[in-house]
Design a protein around this ligand. Sequence first.
Ligand code: NAG
Ligand code: NAG
Ligand code: NAG
Length: 408
Amino acid sequence: MKSAVVLLAGLCAFTAYYVYLPLPSTVSEPWRLMLLDASFRIAQQTCNLGHYLGLGHHLRLLNFIIGTFDKLNPQQAERVKITDTQFDGVEVRLYRPHAKEEKTLWRSVVYIHGGGWALSSTRGSFYNNLCSIMAESLDAVVISIEYRLVPDFHFPVQFNDVLRATRYFMRPEVLAQYSVDPSRIAISGDSAGGNLAAAVCQEMSQDQNETNRFKLQALVYPVLQAFDFNTPSYQQNEVTPVLPRFVMVKFWIDYFNGNYEFAPSMVVNNHTSLDVSQTNSFRDHVDWTSLVSARFRKNYKPVMPSTGKVEILQDIPSLLDVHAAPLLAKKEVLRFQPKTYILTCEIDVLRDDGIMYAKRLEEAGVEVTVDHFEDCFHGCMIFTIWPTNFSAGIRTRDSYIKWLSENL
Ligand SMILES: *[C@@H]1O[C@H](CO)[C@@H](O)[C@H](O)[C@H]1NC(C)=O
Ligand SMILES: *[C@@H]1O[C@H](CO)[C@@H](O)[C@H](O)[C@H]1NC(C)=O
Ligand SMILES: *[C@@H]1O[C@H](CO)[C@@H](O)[C@H](O)[C@H]1NC(C)=O
């Protein structure tokens, strides 16, 4: 009896220790967030163990677990017409609203889902619901791109898949086939999907042959650079849920099929130290001491080592490729970007990626809306369905859709 009590107390203490995380006092629903984060961490650690035991790559295992949980989610009634097809060999899922009235042309959103270039799918309930709701409430044709994932494929496959499918869709005859208004198309995505959306938007804006242009881009807590892992938001949220800094650095390394041994060095910016000469021309583009306002900078200090590890960029040169890190683009490219919406969360290592991109776009003459959520966390916008229905998820999603609705 006594030992059972001790065991139970121990178990409770262990659970509390495991689940409890110091969170900023501003976060909404802190206990639910801790539980979500603990579940995610347990899943990740189980997958790391599986990886170690040779059961498969940890990201493939994690995506399998996510897919399995996803099937348990209640499937909502189909709000719009959903079709799976291919655009130039790339799988896409199309959402078309039921015509309420006689309509000649629809507006449209090209959507790219998040998940560190490695997780989730257009078909899982999280993104399937989001895109259905978008199609329905915007009364728009939504194209969700099923790009191929890490670890089976690495950069630039994801970028090229999204570019191919998007280019195909933007052809005048394809838009006509789906009755889409060529002057009312947005490109959008969250997290790693926001990265791909921004990169593809830049690429297509420079293409002289492209007859149709995006009216808008809408980026939800996008990943935009792997240059500086010590922006104020990276420092402030180093260990906060659901995306600690080390996990984000590893997603980047996996995107490039790089070596995990570099992770501890990258965390201290040894890959972009001052003695790595090819980094110099990019420094202004990520200089948060001028691009991020004092309210976000607080008292954080730049981490800019004078000597580091030259071999990291030799091994992973794509760390400086604008197709992977759109924040590194030149002003001459940014000038051609469409009107932009960027959603940022305070509890997110990537907050300053978004803030810096917004500032640089503005300086290049682009009209930008920054929609900042002080009490929200990275990834929250997909968490709108019970049991992971966060008020943060519903509020960010509604605000994002409202902006699209008013501007598209
Ligand atoms: C534009 O079209 C021309 C002629 O078809 C082709 O040679 C050129 O490579 C194209 N440019 C781009 C950027 O695709
Ligand atoms: C960063 O680079 C410096 C200089 O090469 C080295 O002394 C330091 O140990 C490195 N730090 C990490 C974490 O790799
Ligand atoms: C989540 O869903 C449950 C059950 O439908 C509901 O009782 C609860 O209020 C919802 N929470 C939020 C934050 O929307």
